[in-house]
Design a protein around this ligand. Sequence first.
Ligand code: NAP
Ligand code: MG
Length: 481
Amino acid sequence: MAKKKIVWELSEAIESTDHIEIKDQYELFIGGKFVPPTQKKYFDTVNPANEEKLARIAEANEEDITKAVKSARKAFNSWSKLSGAERGKYIFRIARMIQERAKEFAVIETLDGGKPIRESRDIDIPLAANHFFYYAGWADKLEYAFPNRKPHPIGVAGQIIPWNFPLLMAAWKIAPALACGNTVVLKPAETTPLTALKLAELIQESGLPEGVVNIVTGAGESGAALVNHKGVDKIAFTGSTEVGKLIQQSTAASNKKLTLELGGKAANIIFEDAAIDQAVEGIVNGIYFNQGHVCCAGSRLFVQESVFNQVLDKLKARMETLIVGNPLDKNTDVGAINSKGQLKTIESYIKSGVAEGAELHQSSAQLPKKGFWCKPTLFTEVSQSSKLVQEEIFGPVLAIQSFRTVSEAISKANNTPYGLSAGIWTDKGSKIFNMIMNMNAGVVWANTYNKFDPASPFGGFKESGYGREGGLHGLSAYLNF
Ligand code: NAP
Ligand code: MG
């Protein structure tokens, strides 16, 4: 098929940054106050789209973590005794305040992490508010959620989150913990601390009792100090499988409860009877959404042989239309890679794919000169054993393979150490049910992809971790019975 070049003549539509306030320096949020770190050490957070420094961020050491855990413990005594209805009011207030400042949160999320404003505005921030609304509603109904059982809070939760959905991951962690009567110490990721710190300001204004939520910034060492702290009763971790395994080891000999939301390598499977144009949109959303920095990204594509060439042609044509560039531009589809380190990782996978003999295709998008960028990328001619197929790249890189029969699709899709999510595209309901029953994946989407709702549980099998966030399941992770 002749390659048709589609050119979109769109004028820039840059989101304004006038209404937002980013301080030069942020301290630790402990006991309802912003306090400087003991060692007076700070690190910079930058905008990955232009490499400019946004703010200096406090780095917490073990002593700071101890302060935060103590303040959470002290707050637990009264917070856990408040009625569920009272707790619910505070959580509702936080939800409403996030909604009121949604635009500010969206712009800061985009500046700090590089994701397109369209995504932070339409997905990250509204979903974060929805999580608080949803769990606020459960706070006074825990006994109905778990009939004939006596749910009670666990205590102090140490929560560690990654950089791909910073405010949303904070909401996934904080909202159910508070609804169940726990108090928390949360550590955001080093490269994207700003929206969590804005949330700390909002929480301070909301009047939430001091110490119920503590937010401590820092790198991996601060996270490890939180994990190893004796005063913590539960660890909730979202991040890489590698760090998840370390955390599992270091909590093994303790009484700490643990939930792990780890990596993924999802299969997106297209059958010949699927609505192909819709499926192509689903593939694009599955892998290029948030630059592929998505644990449940559809990073492996399996296409039934009879429609393989058709899907590939349409996919390549659609990739050409993706607008890569300034994340603040409302037209942008693909923003900046979150950090220099992550860009290097992605580039090394692309190189290894080429060296293995896989066939590389990238969109012809012009990349900005400054900042960290990667073109939407796909590989064909990949083997099952290829690193591109087996390992989580966490970037906009898709590995495409074909299949002939349903059983071949099932065995190829499940041939991975991960088990977080999968996508099925077909016209037949019976095929959907058959595939859902056979996928070793915590979430399976059918004829859609990357759909999230606070009421539905999310989590993985195998090396994607254990425990669920969202829905009733998400409540039980923060309760003893
Ligand atoms: P990561 O390197 O594991 O980091 C996650 C968090 O843990 C960060 O806050 C990090 O701090 C901290 N950390 C690093 N080393 C630690 C240690 N030894 N002990 C305690 N904490 C430590 O993962 P990432 O690169 O930020 O995030 C990407 C990963 O998250 C991917 O694998 C993705 O699949 C996964 N993820 C999973 C889900 C899910 O729900 N299953 C959702 C989103 C993301 P620093 O930022 O300072 O390194
Ligand atoms: Mg940053």
